[in-house]
Design a protein around this ligand. Sequence first.
Ligand code: MF3
Ligand code: CO
Length: 250
Amino acid sequence: MAVTIKSEREIELMRESCRLLAIVHKELEESIRPGMSTKEIDILGDTLIHKLGCIPNFKNYNGYPASICVSVNDEVVHGIPNKHRILQEGDIVSLDAGLIYKGYHSDAARTHGVGQISPEAQKLIDVTKQSFFAGIKMAKAGNHLYDISNAIDAYVKPYGYGIVRDLVGHGIGTSLHEDPQIPNFAQRRRGLKLQAGMTLAIEPMINMGRADVEWLDDDWTVVTEDGSWSAHYENTVLITDGEPEILTLY
Ligand code: MF3
Ligand code: CO
């Protein structure tokens, strides 16, 4: 599939889709407390997305059974909400959510601490977030796609963390996943040239230990192979001729 360039009208719809998703994320962040189940987070998110007049785009995507991906500690992404999985003080929890507004998709992820967390866990969360911002410094028309990948890699490297290689960011628009794929680790080439009107979901996934991941028997949950904890930070971003617009920021 080709990389799509959005028209002004499409950009307006993307902006609104992403603005509504930011509301969902903010509400979910504020709801997090020790003792709640990961299923409760999914119900809250699903309910709010529908209340906003939108459709959760993850639900039934390739058979994924929930609206919000909830991934705890060593779970990297695509954790399946479960009423028996109870958040404990000190855990970190990654929430990945998306929705469809008038046919246009948005996608964003955040990792939050549950109650008081260790300084090491907080640092992982902060570095993962900052790696996104290092990446999007390069995200403007005329630069190349892998300038973003290389900047994320260069930012993370000094910390000795593992950058997940098996999962990548992606274009987004009338589909959740459009071309191009956006790796979070250094590439040999510079990749395609960025153009104003591209909308990209940029989403570093960073492990405290090694980069290797594996899939659980549920066929969805991605975990670190070494059991180290993992963080995720994702926004849907609009490429412009100047600074990028971070459409899902809150
Ligand atoms: N944010 C995820 C991504 O970018 C989407 C979750 S995949 C799903 O790929 F199947 F859970 F929906
Ligand atoms: Co995504």
